[in-house]
Write a protein that binds this ligand. Structure first.
Ligand SMILES: NC(=O)C1=CN([C@@H]2O[C@H](COP(=O)(O)OP(=O)(O)OC[C@H]3O[C@@H](n4cnc5c(N)ncnc54)[C@H](O)[C@@H]3O)[C@@H](O)[C@H]2O)C=CC1
Ligand SMILES: O=C(O)[C@H]1O[C@H](OP(=O)(O)OP(=O)(O)OC[C@H]2O[C@@H](n3ccc(=O)[nH]c3=O)[C@H](O)[C@@H]2O)[C@H](O)[C@@H](O)[C@@H]1O
Length: 478
């Protein structure tokens, strides 16, 4: 029986391994992590991450051929294939701080693999890593190999949170990079055989190691660039009276461009887009390519601009001050259908509003009060870490209340800001909300989910990203 071990039971390791276990009943899959609470949660009815469809998959396989454990060394030493899916956040200090990927967790996992292995293994990079990381990992593994052979493969993950199970069951492609040697090719074949249980052969792409590593960074950079491009257009729409939804639709109808990923927003979030582009920028700089580095840096700058622009719009619309005004924030997760808040635009928007002394009342159906308060008190990049590796939450943050219901959150508010596109925010009773708010009542829709016409008819002053402004907003400062 082939044995797989995955180091890192996070948003990638957990769902990815659960789907491998589901599709390959004859393979034994162990997911290991240093975090006891995280593993306990994977073994309970309350999984540590909210992901549609995940519960069912885990329930089908757990205890049969899928195991979650903190006994990292035992499972690594017994495995034929070791996936490494640990976090690779942005470095917060030292060389490359604020840009380079922090490979501390990766290096310690590689050292541990080298220490405990008694038989040959395939080591698979599942985490997103800088191009050429496999070279460094090879050095660590072979330096202490005691005659054991290790083959390194790059098998980056392309799932998106909120749709992880659908993406894993039906991937656009699976990418496997390896050494172009006989042993390298054998290792690629072994991993290909795992995926071939359910992925059509023509969707499994095999490349050299560096192409696979770089393709992952490139894919995230291209996706984020699309959002920054549409967000740049949204600013121009507001200035000219064009409507970004209509522009996106018209542009996306070109088969060469395509309709997906053209939704204007308050900015992209998530644990990876920013970190991976910063990492790409750093790699370009290190390779003497400052023009290329600056090109990609603009994607992040535009994203920051979009968040600032949103905050400025709120403040300037409300007579240039939000001091002591109650502002409701609907949605704190970085997108719908996840409880993940890493790099959520809501963090920057809330911090911006707090900077102007607003009173915030925040509601998100999946994010806990503790997480929100931690996010609002953490410094940049600390929030990239999983919860158990973050600083403890402060007892209270002045001017922030977290509530468990959208109607309670909006009661007596001066304005509401929609920052995550949760389905339930589309169907709220906005008439009831309007009646219970202070007047004039403002809606700032950072996700373009409300019906602007209907809300204006109720009496709201509505700002919706990239949509024609109503008279109220004309003459606002940038
Ligand atoms: N979150 C996402 O949607 C995607 C993430 N990725 C990449 O996958 C990697 C993992 O991301 P997430 O799963 O989101 O991270 P995560 O932070 O949710 O999980 C990583 C886990 O690794 C554990 N860990 C760290 N060092 C360890 C060690 N030495 N031994 C055992 N466990 C250890 C941590 O305790 C944590 O539970 C990152 O490189 C990320 O860029 C790639 C595609 C999608
Ligand atoms: O490497 C990763 O971590 C993953 O990053 C993204 O997945 P994810 O961040 O989970 O979610 P996305 O659906 O890509 O959304 C990212 C952000 O962009 C925003 N977005 C997305 C699409 C769009 O049209 N407009 C827009 O503002 C979302 O609201 C969200 O804040 C990629 O889509 C995955 O392919 C990749 O594997």
């Amino acid at each position: 029986m082939v044995k797989i071990c995955c180091i890192g039971a996070g948003y990638v390791g957990g769902p990815t391994m659960a789907v491998i276990a589901l599709k390959c009943p004859e393979i034994e899959v162990a997911v290991v992590d240093i975090s006891v609470p995280r593993i306990n949660a994977w073994n309970s009815d309350q999984l540590p991450i909210f992901e549609p469809g995940l519960d069912e998959v885990v329930k089908q396989c757990r205890g049969k051929n899928l195991f979650f454990s903190t006994d990292v060394e035992k499972h690594v030493s017994e495995a034929d294939i070791v996936f490494v899916s640990v976090n690779t956040p942005t470095k917060t200090c030292g060389l490359g701080a604020g840009k380079a990927a922090d490979l501390t967790y990766w290096e310690s996992a590689a050292r541990m693999i080298a220490d405990v292995s008694k038989s040959s293994k395939i080591v698979v990079e599942k985490s997103t890593v800088p191009v050429k990381t496999a070279e460094a990992i090879e050095k660590i593994l072979t330096h202490n190999s005691k005659g054991i052979s290790f083959q390194i493969l790059s098998n980056p993950e392309f799932l998106a949170e909120g749709t992880a199970i659908i993406n894993l069951l039906n991937p656009d492609r699976v990418l496997i990079g390896g050494r172009e040697t006989l042993k390298g090719k054998e290792a690629i074949q072994m991993l290909e055989d795992v995926y071939a249980h359910w992925v059509p052969k023509d969707r499994i792409i095999c490349t050299n190691l560096w192409s696979a590593e770089l393709s992952k960074l490139a894919a995230n950079a291209f996706l984020a660039q699309r959002i920054s491009s549409v967000n740049a257009m949204s600013a121009l729409c507001e200035a000219t009276g064009a409507d970004i939804t209509q522009v996106s639709y018209a542009v996306g109808k070109d088969a060469r461009i395509g309709p997906k990923f053209l939704n204007a927003s308050v900015g992209f979030g998530g644990s990876c887009f920013q970190k991976d582009i910063l990492n790409l920028v750093y790699i370009c700089e290190c390779n003497g390519l400052p023009v290329v580095a600056n090109y990609w840096k603009q994607v992040i700058k535009l994203n920051d601009y979009q968040k600032t622009r949103f905050v400025n719009q709120v403040v300037s619309s409300m007579f240039n001050t939000v001091a002591d005004k109650k502002i409701t924030v609907l949605g704190f997760a970085f997108k719908k259908d996840t409880g993940d808040t890493r790099e959520s635009p809501a963090i920057d928007v809330c911090k911006g509003l707090l900077g102007d002394k607003a009173q915030l009342s925040i509601y998100d159906p999946q994010v806990s009060e503790d997480q929100i308060k931690r996010d609002l008190s953490m410094s940049k990049f600390d929030w990239d870490h999983p919860a158990h590796l973050q600083p403890p939450s402060p007892i209270a943050i002045e001017k922030v209340r977290v509530v468990r219901d959208a109607y309670e959150a909006t009661k007596d508010a001066h304005a509401l800001c929609i920052l995550t596109e949760w389905e339930e925010f589309r169907t709220l009773d906005y008439k009831r909300i309007y009646e219970n708010m202070q007047k004039p009542a403002f809606v700032f829709d950072g996700r373009n989910i409300v019906n602007v016409k209907r809300l204006r008819k109720i009496g709201f002053i509505v700002y919706s990203i990239g949509k024609p402004l109503d008279a109220w907003h004309h003459g606002k400062p940038e």
